[in-house]
Ligand binder design. Sequence first.
Ligand code: ZN
Length: 301
Amino acid sequence: MTRSTTTSGEAGGTITAAVGPANLQGRIPVLEYHVIGGDKNTLYTRTVASYRSDLDSAYKLGYRPITMAQMLDKDFRDVPAGMAPVVVVFDDASDSQFRYLEQNGALIVDPTSALGIWEDFARTHPGWKPRAVFCMLNGGAAGHNFFGDNPKFNGQKKEWRFPKVKYLADQGHELCVHTLWHAKLSQYPDNVVQEQIARNAMGIDSVVPGYRIRTIALPYGLWPKNRPLAWQGSWTDPKTGKAHPYKFDAVLEVAGGPARGPYDPQFNPRSVNRIQAIGNDIVRTLTTLQQSNTRLVVGAK
Ligand SMILES: [Zn+2]
C-alpha cells in the first residue's frame, strides 16, 4: 500500500511527498555533476538554479542522499523508511564545487558553490545529510586540483586545497578517485594507468592519512585496456622505489541510467551506471523511478 505525507513547501504550498512500501531490489539513481555555475546549462555545466532545483525535486520525490560506500555496504541508516536513496557525485574538483571566501579573516564556504548550496539546502530540508561523493583530481589543469590551486580561479589559494578535502571527509562526504589529471585511461600503457590512479589515491591519503578509498570514477567513462587495473593495481615510485598499491570496490561509469541496487542479483559494483546532469534528465529519471515503483525504497529498520 502506498501512502503520502504532506509537508509545507518552500513557497508555503503543500507538497505531496512520495512514500511507499519497501523495495530493496530496486534501482538507485547515481547523479553526476561537473561544473556548477555559469548562465546556461551545457554538457559539463549546470547553473546554480538548475542544480538547486534538482535537489529540491529529489527531496520532494522522497530521495535522501547516501554515499557510494553506503550503497556498497547496504547502509541505509540515513534514509527513513519509505524513502529512497540517491547518490550525488561531483567530478573533477573544480572551484565551482567547493570555493572558499575570506570574510573578516575567516574562511567560509562560498554559498554559490555546489557545496555551499548543498549546505544551505540542508539547513531548510531536514534529513538532507552531508553524503555527497567527490571524485577529485589532484594534478589537473585549469584549477582542477583539489578545488583550485591558484588565485586565477576565483581567488582560490593553493594552501586551501588540503583543508577543503579534509573538511569534506570530516563532514561525512565521500572522497573518490578520478585520476591525477583526468587521463584517458584507454590510451595509456598499464604503468601509466596505475601511476594516474595511485598518485591520485596518494594525494587523498596525504590529506586524510589512512582514508579507505572505496570508489573510482573513470575519466570520460574510458576503461584501461587491462580492465581490472581500474580497481586494483600498484605503482612503484621510481624516486623512492616504494610500491603504492590501490584497491577499490566501486567503479563509476559516465552514463547508463539508474544503477542496479546492491540487493539486485545483477548488481556489479565494478560498473555502476550514472545519470548525467544534462537538460531535464535527472528530474525525469527520478520521477520515472518513483512513479514506476522501480527504485530502491528502504523498509522499516
Ligand atoms: Zn571527469
